[in-house]
Write a protein that binds this ligand. Sequence first.
Ligand SMILES: Nc1ncnc2c1ncn2[C@@H]1O[C@H](COP(=O)(O)OP(=O)(O)O)[C@@H](O)[C@H]1O
Ligand SMILES: [Mg+2]
Length: 304
Amino acid sequence: MKIGILSTAQEVYSTQSLLRCGLARGHQIELIDYKQCSLVMEQGRAEMYYKDFPLSHLDAVIPRISTSFTLMGAAVLTQLRLMKVFSTLKPEGLLLVRDKLRCLQRLQEMEIDVPQTAYVGDGQPIGPLISMVGGLPVVIKLLESTHGLGVILSESYRNAESTIEAFQRLNERVIIQEFIREAKGADIRAFVVNGKVVASMKRQARDGEFRSNLHRGASAQQEPLTMQEDFVARTAAKAVGLDIAGVDILRSERGPLIMEVNASPGLEGIETYTQVDVAGKIFDFVEKKVLALRNGKVRKKVAV
Ligand SMILES: Nc1ncnc2c1ncn2[C@@H]1O[C@H](COP(=O)(O)OP(=O)(O)O)[C@@H](O)[C@H]1O
Ligand SMILES: [Mg+2]
């Protein structure tokens, strides 16, 4: 099959792991920096070019969209849909999860438990909102945070207020969230592919740190999920419209809470700590989809 991997960072582990896996399976793999793609809409036809090469011949793409280029990524994914090229990531799912507030709203809509959260309106008093999400300490988050940068634990009203004021002055949108103390600086990453959890790990923040991001120096190990966790991880991925998702869960006293859902979850941590060939699972999914689409087309022709 002809499969494109969309990535701006072609040398990173995730891209390389997918590349190696695809080549080993005999596919023709094209690494595409989606920032450099030109999108053309003509009457009745859509095309996309990467360095002069048209891309509509591809059977499928596996996008890895960086948080810095979400909008460009969404435009590229929409164009691929116009070109009828199968993508493991849909633009709606990408845009939804890249905004933490909308993502939490969607989870709430689907009755999936999330930490108690409040969006702080511009210039609004913070005290009542802190009480509504369970009191101090409180977690303050930038809506577009990643790798734990822009996630702060605040122990006092005064500190929370001045932090939020500072962010708002910079035109950053902020949410506050109940601090799940009993998670003890750990969270669970469930890697979902095509409606199944294919690998899961527990990440533990280093001493004196509550953020369990591997980029913040956390350690990790393979961790089996309870049946309930497995269910909520799959349900959350489906709720936000992602076929491939990294679902982050906090273990709380009232059961698993979904903290966030990632649209381009990294492969390095999960493959290293769980020893699961996650790239292989992704290709299993792509191969199955492309074959099903081909069969569908053949069947349609026969029916005509
Ligand atoms: N409400 C919370 N209670 C306890 N720990 C939290 C909470 N929210 C976030 N954390 C910790 O901070 C880390 C980063 O938060 P997250 O919302 O995932 O932001 P990012 O997208 O930047 O990774 C999480 O992995 C978790 O360990
Ligand atoms: Mg996170």
